[in-house]
Design a protein around this ligand. Structure first.
Ligand SMILES: [Mn+2]
Length: 511
């Protein structure tokens, strides 16, 4: 069979065969949007292949978590969106006969191999930009469908029977035509191509749509999803909230490309829309982008570009106003689940508040209780963010020479303190000319540290992953991340020593 990523095909088939040989499987996955979609893809594929399984989630796959997994009486463990980086520890348990690992991951592998290991980095594919954990799980799911249908009844897969021309066409614009979609999706279920939609949500959630679209192996998964009738793509306004936000809020909150007089400007956004001769409300409610006609969308988009040009936004930034949208065509218009980016945000909200069960249930199709709960978690998350930003802005940051910092203790959750710090930058008392470092209590003995910079500081030499790594290790902790955003954990009481060291390193980087 031809899977979506030929380079990974042999590995995918080997993993799939091992899973099919198992009596039952323990599925262990990471808790974030990519990890949740990875788990949902793997769970669907295992269920369809008739392999009994149970699912567990871990925030961090550390030594203790692995030991717990190894101590269960599951012989076969499928790790998704983590596992590669922990192969040194997992390998010890494997050697001891505790478990057989099957891994679908995209993170940097530890210096140890194992037989059933599916990771783009092992075959020269970029795991940060071209394939996510959900993508790796999707490659496995496709192989699992092929391997398990061979094993049971070889003719089942093509149950579509009289396939019409239109059900195969990938280029013709699809209407919501019932029959065509229905038979297309039935076939897609048989070979797991319908799961491509979740793989795209995972990739988008892992920030792999760099420059506004997915690339490489991710793009091949997108193509399969479009073919299968579960995805639609096209150029669209690059704003967050096209499905759910009322038009004025969509524009007001769009700050990636700052448009003077609209971004962060409630009245400005309203005045801009008022000037467009558009029906802005229907039945007394603000309309949403997803509900506009193409003609209306063009009207808004071109007016937005004109405004950006006339207020001096540079051309390179203006290009950023348009990007590729990934639409889950089976979800209703106006639902956040229809937009890959909004879907992943919803999943992240469940993950941040340790409700992986809720996120997973939504991915698996629960549109009642779990979806309601997820929406509630997202609302609470937004409220927590805005309370956190208010708190930081009110109390201000302490200025060191090269960094600024604040300590939220238990007033801001450690899982969101980094986002809060980043969003507060630029508010009164929080400079954008120095990186910001935020502390929050993690538990009795440990403090979470989050650091955020700006792209202009990064261009001057700032690399927060180095800062967080070195400064935390200097005080008995550990950390890392990206140049513009990084994190660490340090022992409680070491905050000042940490700041001193971090201040020195940032000073050296920016000198
Ligand atoms: Mn991931």
């Amino acid at each position: 069979m031809a899977g979506p990523v030929p380079e990974l095909e042999d590995r995918a088939v080997a993993c799939a065969e091992r899973l099919c040989d198992a009596d039952r499987v323990l599925l262990a996955s990471h808790i974030d949007a990519d990890g949740l979609t990875s788990a949902a893809i793997a769970a669907s594929a295992l269920e369809r292949a008739g392999i009994p399984f149970e699912t567990v989630f871990e925030k961090q796959l550390d030594e203790d978590a692995i030991a717990e997994i190894a101590a269960t009486d599951y012989e076969t463990v499928l790790f998704t969106d983590f596992g590669s980086g922990q192969l040194d520890i997992i390998g010890d348990h494997e050697a001891a006969g505790d478990l057989t690992p099957v891994i679908a991951d995209h993170h940097q592998p530890a210096d140890r191999e194992t037989e059933f290991h599916l990771n783009p980095l092992l075959v020269g594919i970029n795991g940060a930009a071209e394939l996510s954990g959900a993508g790796a799980s999707y490659v496995l799911a496709r192989a699992l469908a092929a391997v398990s249908s061979e094993a049971t009844s070889p003719s089942v897969a093509a149950d579509g029977g009289e396939e019409t021309d239109s059900s195969r066409s990938s280029s013709a614009p699809r209407s919501d035509g019932g029959i065509v979609t229905a038979s297309g999706v039935a076939n897609a279920r048989a070979d797991n191509r319908d799961l491509a939609a979740l793989a795209v949500v995972g990739a988008v959630g892992d920030m792999q749509a760099s420059g506004g679209e997915l690339h490489g192996a991710n793009q091949r998964i997108v193509d399969e999803g479009v073919d299968a009738g579960v995805l639609e793509t096209g150029k669209d306004l690059a704003l967050y909230g096209k499905q759910t936000r009322p038009l004025p809020k969509l524009l007001e909150y769009a700050t990636d490309v700052h448009i003077p007089g609209i971004s962060n400007d409630e009245n400005g956004a309203l005045r801009f829309l008022d000037g467009l001769d558009l029906e802005l409300k229907r039945d007394g409610e603000w309309r949403r982008w997803a509900g506009l006609t193409n003609e209306e969308k063009r009207t808004v988009a071109s007016a937005l570009v004109r405004r950006a040009v006339s207020s001096g936004v540079p051309a390179t930034k203006i290009d950023g106003l348009v990007s590729t949208a990934y639409v889950l065509s089976e979800e209703p218009v106006g639902s956040e689940l229809r937009d890959a980016s909004e879907f992943s945000t919803l999943l992240n909200a469940t993950a941040r508040y340790e409700r992986a069960d809720v996120g997973l249930a939504v991915c698996l199709g629960d549109r009642n209780e779990a979806l309601d709960r997820a929406r509630q978690l997202l609302r609470e998350h937004r409220r927590n963010l805005s309370n956190g930003i208010d708190l930081v802005t009110r109390e201000g940051a302490t200025q060191a020479e090269h960094v600024q910092w604040f300590h939220a203790s238990d007033e801001i959750r450690e899982t969101i303190v980094g986002i809060v710090a980043g969003m507060a930058m630029g508010n009164a008392g929080i400079s954008r000319s120095k990186p910001i470092i935020a502390f929050a209590e993690k538990n009795e003995d440990e403090v979470k540290v989050s650091a955020r910079g700006t792209h202009s500081l990064v261009r001057k030499g700032l690399d927060l992953s180095v800062v967080m790594g070195e400064a935390s290790r200097a005080v008995g902790g550990d950390g890392g991340g990206h140049d513009v955003a990084a994190g660490a954990t340090v022992p409680t009481g070491q905050e000042e020593a940490f700041i001193e060291r971090a201040d020195e390193i940032v000073g050296e980087q920016l000198s």
